[in-house]
Design a protein around this ligand. Structure first.
Ligand code: FAD
Ligand code: FES
Length: 278
């Protein structure tokens, strides 16, 4: 696939087209997007793009698809304000601008050959799905895989059909929970922390990857540390207000780090004890 010199500048907005758009839940909309002229985004799992809407503004959004899908990329956007509201009004065939991909993603090369514990809460499944599908597409390069998902209620579950397929795989240990069930829900009920004690893992060779809302980190990390997984084998992806996305404006600063450039993925030993981070 053709690469373009334009991508060499992180300031330049690349034209892109929406191939598919649909509401996934009451608040979240799915977008399948391709850069124009057949350019590949070439991202790493855990990176984000800046969505740029002319005359409206920019917003950082995680890339949800695996880099193994090279002709398009997928986003899931919650309607939160100016840019995301305008994006929600867009449909297949509409054009938009993309800068990126940006940020330090999940350390795929370090994870290779090891067992993995994925923990996602709420919208956290959006960036983590990129890594999970990358691992599934390269399954022989990784050891045991445990996936734990949690959300408030069954109607909030994103990618429900795809998640069902993960659950059916014999080479993945999968568990999902909701805080509050409805009459059709057959799975677990309770907070995601309740799933962690039941995971049978070897802490020496397990790397944990946690993505979710800030309130979830504190309690999930306590449970993961109880499993004796070393701190440098635990990764989290953080979210901060961003403007430039490339380490120039300082909007996303967490102590000595710029979340956009040094993160959004950090190892726990990098940010532990930093009240601005967790
Ligand atoms: C690395 C990264 C990845 C992200 N990935 C996704 C994603 O995959 N899907 C998704 O729906 N959202 C994601 N977000 C959040 C998304 O960027 C914000 O919701 C968006 O920027 C809001 O822009 P807006 O113009 O629509 O809202 P605005 O009009 O700017 O603001 C609306 C409200 O949201 C608040 N807000 C704005 N930005 C943030 C923020 N970063 N964190 C918390 N509150 C904020 C504002 O204070 C205001 O109350 C991500 C953010 C980061 C930093
Ligand atoms: S968003 Fe500008 S420095 Fe991170």
């Amino acid at each position: 696939m053709k690469r373009i010199e334009l991508k060499e500048s992180e300031y330049i907005v690349m034209p892109a087209k929406i191939l598919e758009a649909r509401m996934m839940t009451a608040q979240e909309k799915y977008f399948k997007i391709a850069l124009e002229e057949g350019i590949s985004l070439d991202h790493e799992p855990g990176q984000f793009v800046m969505i740029s809407l002319l005359g409206i503004g920019e917003a950082p959004i995680s890339i949800s698809s695996s880099p193994t899908k090279r002709s398009y990329f997928e986003l899931v956007v919650r309607n939160a304000g100016k840019v995301t509201n305008a994006l929600h009004k867009m449909e297949a065939g509409d054009s938009l601008g993309i800068r990126g991909p940006f940020g330090r993603g999940f350390p795929v090369q370090i994870l290779e050959g090891n067992d993995l514990l994925f923990v996602a809460g709420g919208l956290g499944i959006v960036p983590l799905r990129s890594l999970i599908n990358f691992v599934i597409d390269n399954r022989r390069d990784f050891g045991k895989v445990h996936i734990l998902l949690g959300c408030k209620k069954p109607a909030d579950l994103l990618f429900a059909n795809e998640i069902k397929e993960w659950g059916k795989r014999l080479d993945v240990n999968f568990n999902c929970t909701v805080d509050k069930a409805d009459p059709d829900w057959k799975g677990n009920i309770g907070l995601i922390t309740s799933l962690i004690p039941g995971v049978n893992l070897n802490p020496k060779r397990t790397f944990a990857v946690v993505v979710g809302p800030p309130i979830m980190y504190k309690f999930v990390l306590i449970e993961i540390l109880k499993k004796q997984i070393p701190e440098k084998q635990i990764y989290v992806s953080l979210e901060r207000h961003m403007k430039c996305g490339i380490g120039k404006c300082g909007h996303c600063q967490i102590a000595q780090y710029y979340c956009c450039k040094d993160g959004p993925v950090f190892s726990y030993d990098q940010i532990k004890g930093n009240p601005e981070a967790l």
